[in-house]
Design a protein around this ligand. Structure first.
Ligand code: ZN
Ligand code: ZN
Length: 361
């Protein structure tokens, strides 16, 4: 099958990859749609260090093509969304109702028995987040798939696997935005736009979008931002000016850059929350003032996968989509064939899309 493989740092291309059948507790999914996410790029360029070579892709939807022994939650023919954390239901975190932190998640991309189903010219390949769904097929843990209503288009459903779950989850689960609160969102790509939509659903009275790119600020306004700030001007001063001088109740950082994290911190009011969603470099840190951290009483919240319980949240988000209260289709600004994936990543880096998506068939 064809798959997008990160071969070594800054070198990825579409390759012919062999794939083994699913083993116990695994399923093979025929991919129909897979998102092009900044985290894929971060693996490819070393921002997030991972053992390479690895098949990229962690946001996808498709059809179950084959099930391994012992699989009971899905059957061949089911339409499914993939979760990039498996939620085993049994580990320290799962039993504490924090399945987004499930320890069965192996970012290094091996299956639960420590092996891989993927090979390139005889060499074992990792699968990003045990999915590797920028490929025609993916063999994944059955615990990582969620069956969905067949009426939902695969392209829209795929986005719930990463960007939308993360962004909307950050609003409701991590920051817990209240009715009539004020919100600022630093970074208006796919996840940032999902934060904006979530804040609108939560009834925020003011949603301030911050980005350097005017096209992204335009998207932000379409998805519910009440105010747009180009980050080329002083965004902290601009956010404070829009909120009576105090700053926002809830600030969200979605770029992964330490300088922007510090801006998001500064733009929150005293006692407000600062939700860090963006994934930065392992070697970088954000600075917090040792006196003011306590003195201002702000809550700094790390957010992984929107603190989501995907088995509950995926169907809920898709129900909101079907009720036309959550716009997934509008996030997809361009689609690509798998062969065009390198182009899709170039467009991602250039900030051309709200979300780019690879479609199969
Ligand atoms: Zn992602
Ligand atoms: Zn678990």
């Amino acid at each position: 099958m064809k798959a997008l493989v990160a071969l070594e740092l800054n070198h990825f291309c579409v390759e012919d990859v062999s794939i083994e059948p699913p083993r116990t507790g695994e399923v093979r999914v025929r991919m129909k749609a897979a998102g092009v996410c900044h985290s894929d790029l971060s693996v490819a360029n070393g921002t997030v260090p991972m053992p390479l070579p690895m098949v990229l892709g962690h946001e996808g939807a498709g059809v179950v093509a084959e099930v391994g022994p012992g699989v009971t939650n899905v059957a061949v023919g089911d339409h499914v969304v993939l979760s990039f954390v498996p939620a085993c239901g049994e580990c320290f975190f799962c039993v504490r109702k924090e399945p987004h932190l499930c320890i069965r998640c192996d970012p290094g991309g091996r299956m639960w028995d420590g092996t891989s189903r993927l090979r390139l010219r005889g060499q074992e390949l990792g699968a990003m987040s045990q999915l590797g769904c920028l490929a025609e097929y993916a063999v994944v843990p059955a615990m990582s798939v969620m069956p969905i209503d067949r009426a939902i288009p695969f392209a829209s459903a795929a986005l719930v696997g990463c960007a939308v779950m993360t962004g909307v989850g950050a609003v409701f689960h991590t920051a817990r935005v209240e009715l009539a609160s004020t919100v600022a969102v630093f970074g208006c790509g796919g996840v940032g736009l999902a934060v904006i939509q979530g804040a609108k659903l939560a009834g925020a009275k003011r949603i301030i979008a911050v980005d350097l790119a005017d096209n992204k600020l335009e998207y932000a306004r379409r998805f519910g931002a009440t105010d747009c700030v180009n980050a080329a001007e002083d965004p902290v001063a601009a956010v404070k000016a829009l909120t009576g001088g105090w700053g926002v109740d809830h600030s969200f950082e979605v770029t992964g850059r330490p300088a922007v994290m510090e801006q998001a911190y500064a733009a929150a009011r005293r006692g407000g929350s600062v939700c860090i969603i963006g994934v930065g470099r392992y070697t970088e840190s954000m600075q917090l003032n040792a006196l003011m951290l306590a003195g201002e009483g702000k809550r700094v919240l790390g957010c992984f996968y929107g603190n989501a319980n995907f088995r509950v949240d995926m169907p809920n988000l898709l129900a909101l989509y079907q009720a036309k209260r959550l716009d997934l289709d509008g996030l997809i600004t361009r689609t690509y064939d798998l062969d065009e994936a390198p182009r899709a990543f170039a467009d991602l880096e250039a900030g051309r899309n709200a979300r780019g998506l690879v479609l199969f068939d």
